[in-house]
Design a protein around this ligand. Structure first.
Ligand code: ZN
Length: 428
């Protein structure tokens, strides 16, 4: 990890702290803060609506209103990175909190305990489900609004940004009729988006699809979706048991995190269902051992597991301003000595323009490691072979690792050096 940190410092041309604070004020302490395009007499409601609308336009995934002593800081998360957008005068704080509470039907006078809620909004024909979280901070309540597209029109395997051959491989893998396919990756690796895209691909009017999620993030048309609610005893395992009585063909289990859920999911796969789920694991091979470590009998995993997918999201270079860079073979040799130095490499570098808010990056793409389970791998799983042995066999069968795929994306100019280093650092 520290090696990559130092490499990051050595090679990085665009350190994070240099990323300009978009729209942020020069006046840091909240005095005489201008209200930008807003007129002076704007109410707290108008402010809130304006900043949510702005977030939608800038494709932010969440909006943070943070209470500080002298101002309220607004930050947006765009492509996974928080960016300071504006500091508002403190006198707007109570009005904004009250407005959010009204929209989300929360208790306005309750200021001591956290509150969660939701509301919907429509912006330019795009529907959003807004998840509200209010946390009583020492100086006052802090608000986080998560903006979730509720029309789900964006889900497709082709739009994930993976290489064409990976999309093909994945399409082939998910075309099976029964068995279980798991997606591995840490929080924020885009697992849900990939699963929704897979579900969209495999669902049809002849096949009933039920999902159980914690919570339902996007509403998909034509799909039955159930939210887990642990506080009232609606666990993954319980929801899964009930949904099997509804005779589905395809099941999506948000996450396999305990033995009970794993066993029900695997038994469902054994009785003719097509099951998709996620596990918290660092790569495809690790996901297999995670399933075994949960205590599921190895013969059941071997009999049902059809494939494993592991993924990460990397920031894409802005298509409007990225420029040709200089290929440094010594850099590649230092970070990945095992990677063959290509004769020709098309390196690209970030610049920064209006389109990408001067960050040099716009959007994210998935890097995917796909492992179909062959007969030989099945036998290895059945006899609980260790990770190294399974990995060795998978490599012989042509498994391309996340690391190799990321390096290929880099030398073909699809991702920049920062994104590559950030990804490699995260994987160790
Ligand atoms: Zn740009």
């Amino acid at each position: 990890m520290s090696l990559f940190r130092s490499l990051f410092r050595k090679y990085s041309k665009l350190p994070e702290e240099k990323i300009r604070e978009i729209y942020a004020n020069k006046d840091d302490e909240g005095n005489a803060i201008s209200t930008g395009t807003q007129k002076k007499s704007s109410s707290a409601e108008e402010f809130l609506d304006f900043w949510i609308q702005k977030a939608v336009e800038m494709e932010a995934s969440d909006v943070h209103f943070e209470r500080f002593r002298a101002y309220v800081k607004i930050r947006y998360r765009i492509d996974g990175k928080l960016q300071t957008i504006k500091k508002l005068p403190i006198n707007l704080h109570s009005g904004i909190v009250a407005r959010v509470k009204i929209l989300a039907k929360l208790k306005i006078d309750e200021k001591r305990v956290p509150q969660d809620g939701r509301f919907s909004l429509v912006n330019n024909d795009r529907k959003f489900d807004v998840r509200v979280s209010i946390l009583p901070g020492y100086l006052g309540e802090c608000i986080v609004l998560r903006l979730l597209r509720s029309d789900g029109e964006n889900f497709s395997l082709q739009k994930l940004g993976a290489r064409d051959k990976d999309v093909e491989k994945l399409t082939h893998l998910v075309s099976i009729q029964n068995g279980i396919i798991v997606v591995a990756g840490p929080t924020g690796s885009g697992k849900s988006t990939t699963l929704y895209s897979i579900i969209k691909q495999v669902s049809s009017s002849e096949r009933k699809v039920i999902t159980v999620e914690d919570p339902v993030e996007y509403q998909l048309s034509g799909i039955n979706q159930v939210s887990v609610n642990e506080t009232i005893g609606m666990t993954f395992a319980r929801a899964l048991r009930s949904m099997l009585r509804q005779a589905p063909n395809i099941i999506l289990v948000g996450e396999i995190r305990d033995k009970e859920t794993a066993e029900i999911a695997i038994r469902a796969a054994l009785t003719g269902h097509l099951v998709f789920s996620t596990v918290h694991a660092k790569d495809t091979i690790n996901a297999i051992t995670r399933l075994l470590d949960l205590g599921v009998p190895a013969y059941l995993v071997a009999a049902t597991l059809r494939g494993v997918l592991s993924q990460r999201l990397v920031r894409k270079l802005c298509s409007k301003c990225s420029k040709e860079g200089v290929f440094m073979p010594e850099f590649l040799k230092e970070i990945a000595p095992e990677f063959p130095i290509p004769e020709e490499a098309k390196i690209r570098e970030p610049t920064g323009c209006m389109h990408c808010l001067n960050t040099g990056y716009k959007g994210r793409q998935a890097v995917m490691e796909i492992l179909p389970i062959s007969d030989t791998l099945q036998k290895l799983i059945d006899r609980k072979a260790d990770e190294d042995e399974i990995r060795q066999q998978a490599k012989e069968e042509g498994l391309e690792t996340l690391r190799e795929i990321a390096l290929q994306h880099y030398v073909s100019g699809e991702i920049g050096q920062e994104a590559l280093l950030a990804l490699l650092a995260e994987m160790y």
